[in-house]
Design a protein around this ligand. Structure first.
Ligand code: PHE
Length: 351
């Protein structure tokens, strides 16, 4: 049977196709539409293929209608595609768009904790004088924390350090392990391992069973110092600590030593610097005294030397201990030690 391809049949298919096109919502629907009308087996393609079977005189005119219809559908198809694509973009949230002209997000740069900074500053002042940095355990034996430091069990001197004991006992049932209350146990540990000359400083964390307030924390840092050799005198202690004070607090500092008691030194002292804030006139920082205490120190007690096997008739030495948080508080005018470990970024970012 001869197919009947008429201009009217072509018009009908074209109009039907155009009528559907505007209601297509997404790219999948448009593709189905294309296959249905313009695809190889699509309705318009099929009918146009039959034009070849028409008599010569009709072929031209019908062919022209067919070609125009196909061009029109193709043109409208691509318009519809564009419309759907730009509508889709417009529907994107602002956050999905990339504005390549925006400046980049700044990368947050971390910094050292103020305690770490001041510990390093203290250590480098002593390193410049030939001291070597060593570290030790925070969980310590009673033997090092107290006994070898001339603080026997049950001696009232132990009351100077409120201790956090570990649940661990010796064969007599006594607690023998604790969180170190100071860095001084490293004096004994270092001397057990080394022969003189000894010149070490020991930065590290200490713990005390303490009610906290503006000047007391239950954990804090100390920097311990120890120098032992034959012929070391109190003059060496004074000279070394004087030099330290000038390096950290300014070259015009004066120092003051007063008698103080620590069981592991004899004589023992506390060292003060003249107030860098009021230059000695009296102010809040120095509590109107003109002086600020910054550390404990003294000549190593002969019993401590004996305990680690040093002959006290040959060797002498000095030791000192200072609190870096206190030094930082003085240097930077911080009025509450609890700020150091409360992790408040508004505080920490200032250093
Ligand atoms: N360890 C002492 C304290 O914590 C400080 C100190 C160290 C004193 C060394 C003298 C010598 O109080």
């Amino acid at each position: 049977m001869q197919p009947t391809v008429t201009p009217e049949a072509i018009d009908e298919i074209r109009e039907e196709a155009l009528g559907k096109l505007d209601s297509l919502e997404d790219l999948d629907e448009v593709e189905s539409w294309r296959v249905a009308y313009l695809g190889r087996k699509g309705r318009l393609s099929s009918i146009l293929r039959d034009i070849g079977g028409l008599p010569q005189e009709e072929r031209r005119a019908v062919g022209a209608v067919g070609n125009r219809s196909r061009s029109l559908l193709e043109e409208r198809l691509s318009q519809r595609l564009e419309a759907i694509k730009s509508a889709g973009l417009a529907g994107l949230a602002d956050t999905d768009r990339i504005d390549v002209t925006l400046p980049g997000r700044p990368i947050a740069v971390g910094r050292l904790h103020p305690t770490t900074q001041i510990v390093r500053e203290i250590c480098s002042a002593f390193m410049a004088m030939g001291f070597q940095v060593v570290e030790g355990p925070e969980v310590e034996w009673d033997r090092y924390n107290f006994e070898l430091l001339n603080i026997p069990r049950d001696h009232p001197a132990r009351d100077m350090w409120n201790s956090l004991w570990i649940d661990h006992r010796n064969e007599r049932g006594e607690h023998n392990m604790l969180l170190r209350t100071h860095t001084s146990p490293m004096q004994a540990r270092v001397m057990e391992k080394m022969r003189p000359p000894v010149r070490v400083i020991v930065p590290g964390k200490c713990y005390r069973y303490e009610a906290t307030d503006a000047t007391h924390e239950w954990h804090f840092y100390q920097v311990e110092g120890l120098a032992v050799d034959d012929g070391i005198t109190f003059a060496d202690l004074k000279g070394t600590l004087y030099e330290f004070a000038r390096r950290v607090f300014g070259s015009d500092r004066r120092v003051r030593f007063r008698c103080d008691y620590f069981p592991f030194v004899e004589p023992g002292v506390d060292m003060s610097i003249d107030c860098f804030s009021c230059q000695g006139g009296g102010c809040r920082i120095c509590r109107d005294t003109g002086w600020i205490e910054i550390m404990g120190a003294g000549m190593v007690h002969p019993k401590v030397l004996e305990g680690v096997g040093y002959d006290p008739r040959v060797y002498t030495g000095f030791a000192f201990g200072l609190g870096p948080e206190r030094i930082a508080m003085l240097k930077y005018g911080i009025d509450d030690i609890r700020l150091f470990y409360s992790n408040d970024l508004r505080f920490l970012r200032q250093f």
